[in-house]
Design a protein around this ligand. Structure first.
Ligand code: FO1
Length: 321
């Protein structure tokens, strides 16, 4: 498996990619990053899922948080608050601000997000090719209750960070997705891939948003290569995020088998579930998706490396049954 394409979003996706890079050191890995989490703050464009991959693979990530920079300070954030300029609930550190300033400056000069991301990665050298899913603006919004019996849409980050996903989400809407086009290089990478991987990212707001870009799902389904995913849900609960809240919004129960079915056998050829969900293997295989139960807790680099090896092995079995 020389040419690997992996969709990615969130903290789980980036952590998995670190293991994948070590499991397949000779491979060319292209990461298609979710940009639906992007948010415009203080006149700057922030790309959380691209930055989390870039920092995690580039050695700059705040390891415990899984987002933002290590060794951060927050002088700018404190000064903004002193001016009464919000929002205060999104923790942007001084080092992280530099990334958003460079990105916004380059976008204003007319460079597309894909070129900006390539430029930022020249500093971080993540060891993979990081492509945004699209150069067009897509921002995920969440339909919640407005308190007066009606509904209102709020930005995903407000739902996720300020409200900690503690209010009901009635719909998840990747605003702008219908008009978006895959970024340059994305369809070519999928077409040239030997395998496509769905890391244990949020199946709705990360992987789902990437698949919502017109042409993306078809390109992957029609690539004629194994598509193997890893369940982000272990034992009926999402490992890290609050994915069960957004899964409910799209009517998917938080189980490893339900997530596989949500992606569908038209897309997935193989699915890894955790050993605690070994009883789900039969159901997934009945859905026409090859399934194996392996440890999926991303406790450390050894664990994520083993997960990546298991995913590539399953891809090999799908090709040569
Ligand atoms: N997540 C939080 O829970 N709290 C924060 O204050 C926060 C700030 C933040 C700043 C930059 C960035 O790139 C990510 C940040 N995140 C924060 C994480 C972010 O909400 C998530 O990583 C993704 O959007 C979901 O995958």
């Amino acid at each position: 498996m020389r040419r690997i394409v992996a969709l990615s979003g969130g903290i789980g996706g980036a952590r998995f990619l670190r293991g994948l890079r070590r499991a397949a050191p000779e491979a060319d890995i292209t990461v298609i990053g979710n940009t639906g989490d992007d948010i415009h703050l203080f006149g700057l464009k922030v790309c959380p899922d691209l930055d989390t991959v870039m920092y995690t693979l580039g050695g700059g990530i705040h390891e415990e948080q899984g987002w933002g920079r290590a060794g951060e300070t927050f002088a700018v954030k404190e000064e903004l608050a002193a001016y009464g300029v919000g929002p205060e609930w999104f923790g942007l550190g001084d080092r992280d601000f530099a990334t958003h300033i460079v990105r916004t400056q380059m976008l204003a000069a007319g460079y597309p997000l894909s070129a900006v991301t390539e430029a930022l990665c020249r500093r971080w050298e993540p060891g993979v090719r990081l492509l945004p899913m699209t150069d067009d603006r897509v921002e995920t919004h969440v339909l919640t209750d407005d308190g007066d019996g009606g509904r209102k849409a709020i930005h995903f980050q407000e739902y996720w960070v300020r409200l900690r996903a503690e209010v009901p989400a009635h719909a998840i809407v990747p605003v702008g997705a219908e008009q978006a086009k895959p970024a340059p290089g994305v369809l070519e990478a999928i077409g040239a891939a030997d395998v496509v991987l769905f890391p244990p990212s949020n199946p709705v707001v990360s992987i789902g948003t990437i698949l919502a870009v017109p042409g993306m799902r078809e390109a992957i389904a029609d690539a004629g290569v194994p598509v193997v995913g890893l369940s982000p849900v272990i034992g009926g609960a999402p490992v890290r995020g609050m994915a069960d809240k957004v899964l409910a919004a799209v009517g998917v129960e938080p189980t490893a088998a339900a997530v596989a079915r949500h992606y569908g056998s038209g897309l997935l050829d193989g699915w890894l579930v955790d050993t605690v969900d070994a009883d789900a293997v039969g159901a997934v295989e009945e859905d026409g998706i090859r399934c194996r139960a392996v440890p999926l807790l991303m406790t450390d680099l050894d664990a994520t490396t083993e997960m990546a090896r298991a995913a590539l092995a399953l891809a090999g079995e799908v090709v040569n049954p």
